[in-house]
Design a protein around this ligand. Structure first.
Ligand code: PEP
Ligand code: MN
Length: 358
């Protein structure tokens, strides 16, 4: 039985950073009645800018050990160096995780994996800061290859230059969805604290994660969030966490209700036939695009024409709005279609007459 597979969402809570023995014990006292699966705390903090609080290291490990003794609460910490692993194991850590800034570096991940050869400890791998599913999967594989049996993933969102979507890190859902498609048995935990960066949005993001089939949640919790030495805006009190948990709806993947099953089957068949029509139409559109390519070739015109693309964006967005479809979605869909269309035309422009006829 996997360490992370429980019959309710796997719950990890605790402060961003362990700041003092009192703070750790006070948080643990508040969380113990919530039956969390793991207490989290950063003791070595990878900070974006120098000069920020970087954690109390080994001293803080002693506080976590004490919280475990007093409240019977298992704990997990972030490790970034082989020495961190050694110390964390000495202090009786129950699980480890690597942070987003470590996952991006395969050399470092491999050093950590090598330090864990022959050790039986659950490991969680946060997504890399950049939206690269292969890099995330590669880090997971490095730990599995040295023999770790319980490796889970944590989705904490991806860095972007602009925070126009209102989150600290973009959720970019297709990436964790793709990871789960490739590794169906993998447990994926969502970290709404680091995705939203904002305590008022944690409940909504936690619910969304459960609705998206995530297996658990990691939520930063502090007795006095506004005084936190790191990530103050996104931390919540144990009482607030209790309230959020009480409001969460845990959904199942399937239902035993026959009427709903029949209804789903019917609706899915309708959707399948629409999907078939969509593909047939795309094929027809590509055929027309190839004909356009031949005309462009004959007249020595460019494959990509900015004015035409602007026109497509305008007309498709307008049509999307008449159906209450999100314009952003339609533009992204058309970016893909248009790009493929250009690819067809480029191959026509670059090919000889003989190749085109083939
Ligand atoms: C953290 O969990 O406090 C942390 C530093 O997270 P991340 O690696 O997701 O930035
Ligand atoms: Mn944090």
């Amino acid at each position: 039985m996997s360490f992370f597979k429980t019959d309710r969402p796997f719950l990890i809570a605790g402060p961003c950073s362990a700041e003092s023995q009192e703070q750790v014990l006070e948080t643990a006292a508040g969380l113990a009645p919530l039956h969390i699966n793991l207490f989290r705390a950063g003791v070595w903090k990878p900070r974006t800018r120098p000069g920020s609080f970087e954690g109390y290291g080994e001293t803080a490990l002693g506080w976590l050990k004490e919280a475990k003794n007093q409240y019977g609460i298992r704990f997990t910490i972030e490790v970034a160096e082989p020495e961190h692993i050694e110390l964390a194991l000495t202090y009786g850590t129950d699980a480890l995780w690597i942070g987003a800034r470590t996952t991006v570096n395969p050399f470092q991940v491999q050093r950590l994996a090598d330090a864990l050869r022959g050790v039986d400890i659950p490991m969680m791998v946060k997504n890399p800061v950049n939206p690269d599913v292969d890099l995330w999967m590669g880090a997971i594989e490095r730990f599995e290859k040295v023999g770790l049996k319980d490796v889970a993933a944590i989705h904490r969102g991806f860095s972007g230059y602009s925070s126009s979507i209102g989150y600290r890190n973009q959720p970019n859902w297709p990436i964790p969805i793709e990871l789960k498609r490739r590794l169906p048995e993998l447990v994926i935990i969502c970290d709404p604290s680091h995705i939203t960066g904002n305590r008022s949005r944690i409940a909504e993001m936690a619910q969304k994660a459960l609705d998206m089939h995530f297996d658990g949640l990691m939520i930063e919790t502090h007795p006095r969030p506004d005084e936190a030495m790191s990530d103050a805006k996104q931390q919540i009190t144990p009482a607030h966490l209790k309230e959020i948990l009480a409001g969460l709806i845990v959904r199942q993947e399937s239902t035993s209700d026959m009427t709903s099953q029949v209804q789903l089957e019917y609706l899915r068949q309708l959707m399948d036939s629409i999907d078939a029509e969509i593909i047939d139409l795309i094929a027809k559109r590509m055929e027309l695009s190839s004909q356009v390519g031949e005309v462009k070739k004959a007249c020595n015109m460019t494959a990509y024409q900015p004015a035409r693309w602007r026109e497509i964006v305008a007309t498709t967005t307008e049509r999307a709005l008449t159906h209450q479809l999100a314009p952003q979605f339609i533009v992204e869909l058309y970016e893909k279609i248009h790009h493929e269309s250009i690819r067809h035309q480029l191959s026509i422009l670059g090919s000889t007459e003989k190749e085109i006829k083939k």
